[in-house]
Design a protein around this ligand. Structure first.
Ligand SMILES: NC(=O)c1ccc[n+]([C@@H]2O[C@H](COP(=O)([O-])OP(=O)(O)OC[C@H]3O[C@@H](n4cnc5c(N)ncnc54)[C@H](OP(=O)(O)O)[C@@H]3O)[C@@H](O)[C@H]2O)c1
Length: 244
């Protein structure tokens, strides 16, 4: 992938991994359309650099996605990279809580349905542009789950398999997946040990992105995959009480 001169849409650019991706792509001389629900944070980001285009948007709402696509088609038809990064995680036990239907729906909408809808709506635009790519952010927990977050793990496993199959389908749009380990962000505040910084993740991602490595295992995910191949039971034992 060419690393400069792109127009990149990043979901969840207001915090954590998304904000680190935004900062790096701006430094590398790209334009970024930054998405999130936090308008104040988006405006702060846009004040820092005029190559950041803020777009407040709740990706779990279909009408918000329609509004976004109209904006892209009318004002930024040269957008050539879509990064599906926004995500949430709830930790809960099915036996202990009665009313978790709202959480279930929210996790599935934001982590799984929204990226797929965005890809479907965005594809005609991407196909018109050179150096086109889709980047989906999944998780090591989509390979081997932890017990506190079954729906989160399910959405990430779904996104992982979906991304692979999409890669088989698309001819002139490259399909990447970032598979992070535990990263030090708002999502993991107060839990987990041995976290890497979002900046370290982005550094590793950029090296692989440049070389067109499509499935990008970050940090300890490389080791997790090896352990999972040799002994799935050991991988499950390690991850079962995982911190992310
Ligand atoms: N942190 C980890 O250890 C880790 C590990 C593996 C995978 N991941 C994945 O990495 C991605 C980024 O996570 P993070 O750790 O950077 O989390 P984070 O710091 O909590 O950031 C999450 C981002 O998603 C956005 N977002 C959430 N719901 C949204 C919605 N309905 N519409 C639009 N934007 C929404 C938030 O923006 P607003 O609040 O402004 O809406 C925020 O910018 C997620 O997909 C996560 O599953 C994280």
């Amino acid at each position: 992938m060419k690393l400069k001169g792109n127009k990149i849409l990043i979901t969840g650019a207001t915090s954590g991994i998304g904000e680190a991706l935004l900062n790096t792509f701006i430094r590398l001389d790209n334009q970024v359309i930054a998405l999130g629900r936090n308008k104040e944070k988006l405006n702060q980001l846009a004040l820092k650099n005029n190559r950041i285009i803020p777009f407040p948007c709740d990706i779990s709402q279909s009408e918000e996605l329609d509004r976004l696509i109209l904006f892209i088609e009318q004002e930024h038809p040269d957008t050539n990279i879509l990064i599906n990064n926004a995500g949430i995680q709830h930790n809960y036990y099915f036996e202990e809580e009665d009313a978790h239907l709202g959480k279930i729906e929210q996790e599935i909408n934001i982590n799984f349905l929204a990226p797929i809808k965005l890809i479907s709506l965005f594809l005609p635009t991407l196909q018109l542009n050179p150096n086109a790519a889709i980047v989906n952010v999944s998780s090591g927990l989509g390979l081997v789950p932890k017990k506190q977050a079954p729906v989160y793990c399910g959405t990430k496993a779904g996104l992982h398999i979906f991304t692979k199959a999409l890669r088989y389908q698309l001819n002139n749009v490259k399909v990447f997946e970032i598979i992070p380990p535990l990263v030090d962000t708002q999502m993991t505040a107060g839990r987990g040990k041995g976290k890497i910084s979002p900046e370290k993740l982005v550094e590793e991602f950029i090296t692989s992105f440049k070389k067109d490595h499509y499935e990008i295992n970050i940090g300890k995910v490389k080791l997790l995959k090896i352990i999972n191949r040799i002994s799935p039971a050991l991988a499950e034992y390690i991850m079962k009480n995982g911190g992310e």
